[in-house]
Write a protein that binds this ligand. Sequence first.
Ligand code: HEM
Length: 149
Amino acid sequence: MTADTLAAPRSPEVRRRGVNLEKWGWIYMRVSGVLLIVLIFGHLFVNLMVGDGIHAIDFAFVAGKFASPFWQWWDVAMLWLALIHGANGMRTIVNDYVANKTARTVLVWALWVSAGLLILLGTLVVFTFDPCIPNLSDGSVLFEYCNAN
Ligand code: HEM
């Protein structure tokens, strides 16, 4: 192994570090992939096909979904699993194609920092979302709902 290449996943060098992160990363990609199939297709089915399907999607539809802890957790699970899956997949691609060690370190850090920020922002949006903004107009579909609550 030269200074610029990565140690093989099963080399003693990687194993000596204790937890084999490459192995857990490999397992994570498979497990999250299976969970994402259920979550993504469930999401598409409920949003695009049930009832009026795509024609029912508006601000009130989203507000209705975010009012339910079930859909909040569904969406947050999709967000976390997909972003960590996507970032780890991109890390693999970066490790495969970027030969320079410094560039590789910078890119992999940028991937985890951006995934972390998006996870933080997305989670905050899902759990703090409040559709009842001040001064809702009379014509708003949310007017009755917000004034009743
Ligand atoms: C339907 C759900 C999904 C399934 C079943 C799935 C499955 C997988 C599996 C098994 C791998 C590993 C492939 C390998 O190691 O050779 C992988 C890699 C990858 N996935 Fe997913 N994935 C899904 C959704 C996503 C999503 C939503 C994203 C983006 C956020 C994504 C981005 C990636 C990337 C960038 C890689 C790395 C590709 C590579 O190594 O060449 N995947 N996916």
